[in-house]
Ligand binder design. Sequence first.
Ligand SMILES: Cc1ncc(COP(=O)(O)O)c(C=O)c1O
Length: 395
Amino acid sequence: MKYVFTDRMSNVKASAIREILKATADPHMISFAGGNPAAEAFPVKEIEKISADILSHDPISVLQYGITEGDKGLIEAATSFFNRHEQALKDGDKMLITSGSQQIMEFAAKCLCNEGDIVICENPSFLGALNAFKSLGAILKGVEYKDGQLDLEALETILKQQPKPKFMYLIPNFQNPTGMTMSLEVRKKVLELAKKYEVLILEDNPYGDLRFEGDAIPSMKSLDQDGLVIYAASLSKIIAPGMRVACCIGPEEIVNKFTVAKQASDVHSNLWAQKVMARYLTEYDMDAHIQSIQKIYKDKCQLMLTEMKKYFHPEVEYTKPTGGMFIWVTLPKHIDMQLFVKKALEKNVAVVPGNAFLDDDTKECHSFRMNFSTPTDAKIKEGVKILGQLTYDMY
Ligand SMILES: Cc1ncc(COP(=O)(O)O)c(C=O)c1O
């Protein structure tokens, strides 16, 4: 039997990261390729306690079907949590609980894009979202960075094009894969452009609470007065990604459409996970929990940067994140990045080739992504030393 797949899936490859992660199953491998929370960052005891309590006192409440919009208790708890520092959910907005924020990316493309429609993304950007958009027939147009910020002129050039792009997908805080953060000024200018050209923004903010340096910058969602922003707020990176709980906040009409898409996709998000999350958010000290994770990632990031400074060739450039989980490393132009990544893998160190995060992965790229949240301190030291040696060997 010859299996025939759709045209729209033909240009979506298995995630390069998932393929590399397969190699990292080898216990000798030092992986800087993932993007997982640190093992010590999970509130295991608390989740165990809440879960046992629900299952012994009110099991049917989590074993029964639920409503598509999400558990009422979680919507209330998540609303006050995501509104605690700024107004993310405003009059005219609605929240939908989704199965991870990955599902929000899928709904955005499913509900807003016809085949061949344009979605603007940062270049590079989060591969999972790019694949979701492509799998639903969208065409990606990447906007590069200039002097450490999104190139607004390049953005406007794409926004002017006809037919008009359907939305811009942006990760303003500690971006995946670069670790960079969009300044307040650029956020405001992007909003002005969105208003001028009437193009929606899908603001993805899974890392916002993982700031370990400097002051928080308001989300574009909180700055928006014109119903231009759909906001993806995930609990994956601050509580537990395996529970698959995220919140989509946006103008009611859009969220209602996403809700219909969700009915066709998975009916509702896992009810056990939603009820446990609701109780965790309300019964425990979230500020203390978040501060403890920020400390873990601050230490790991500093350690990785210190080791990189010690061992990497001085002509290798890299971002210095103030939060999140990633560092973006750029090799001198004469070093073949793909070969570098291959040789690193042969020496049992995994990093992700940067071209995997581009709107078109055949474009020239000299960068790769390193993750500091998952590896232990010992592995960070060992792995960075090996990569550092390679930067000299291949120079
Ligand atoms: C930028 C970005 N958005 C969304 C996601 C997906 O997160 P979730 O677990 O909420 O689906 C990730 C996961 O790595 C991410 O890096």
